[in-house]
Design a protein around this ligand. Structure first.
Ligand SMILES: [Zn+2]
Length: 143
C-alpha cells in the first residue's frame, strides 16, 4: 500500500528551539550533531550545555553519517495505526563514529540479517513535506 506522504500518520518528533537545528538539517539531507567549543565532545539528543564540561559554547556541526549497529529489536505488533503496514519492522540503536547513539530504522536489510557491529550509513527519508528522518542502511564495502 503506497503511503500518501501528505498524510503522515506516525508519531512526529517533538521539535523545540533546542533541537530544531537537527531537524532543519535533516530536511537539507544533512546529519548534524552538537559539538562543544571547549572540549570537542559530540552528543545527542540536543542539550543546552556540554554534558562533559558544562560549557555553553556549543555549535552544530556535520556528522560523518557512518556508524555501527549497537542493538536492535523487531516489532511484530503495531502500536500506532501508522505502523500497521510496516510490521514486522526494526528499531535499531546506531552508534555514530562521533560517539552518540541514535534510535532509528535500518533499511535495505532483512530483519533476520541485522547483526551487532554491522557498519551502516545514514539515508534521508523524506517522510512528509516538512519532515525528514535519518535512517540507516548497510555500508557498501567500497565506501
Ligand atoms: Zn565540553
Amino acid at each position: 500500500m503506497a503511503e500518501n506522504k501528505d498524510e503522515y500518520r506516525k508519531p512526529r518528533p517533538a521539535v523545540s528551539a533546542l533541537n530544531r537545528p537537527y531537524w532543519d538539517a535533516l530536511r537539507r539531507h544533512q546529519l548534524v550533531l552538537q559539538r562543544c567549543g571547549e572540549c570537542g565532545m559530540r552528543w545527542y539528543p540536543a542539550a543546552p550545555l556540554c554534558p562533559r564540561c558544562w560549557s555553553r559554547r556549543i555549535e552544530w556541526a556535520p556528522a560523518s553519517g557512518r556508524g555501527r549497529v549497537n542493538s536492535w529489536v523487531v516489532f511484530h505488533q503495531s502500536y500506532f495505526r501508522g505502523f500497521d503496514a510496516d510490521v514486522p519492522y526494526n528499531v535499531a540503536e546506531v552508534e555514530l563514529e562521533e560517539g552518540p547513539r541514535l534510535l532509528t530504522n535500518l533499511i535495505d536489510v532483512g530483519n533476520d540479517e541485522i547483526r551487532a557491529g554491522m557498519e551502516v550509513e545514514v539515508v534521508f527519508d523524506d517522510a512528509a513535506p516538512d519532515l525528514t528522518i535519518a535512517k540507516f542502511r548497510p555500508r557498501r564495502a567500497s565506501a
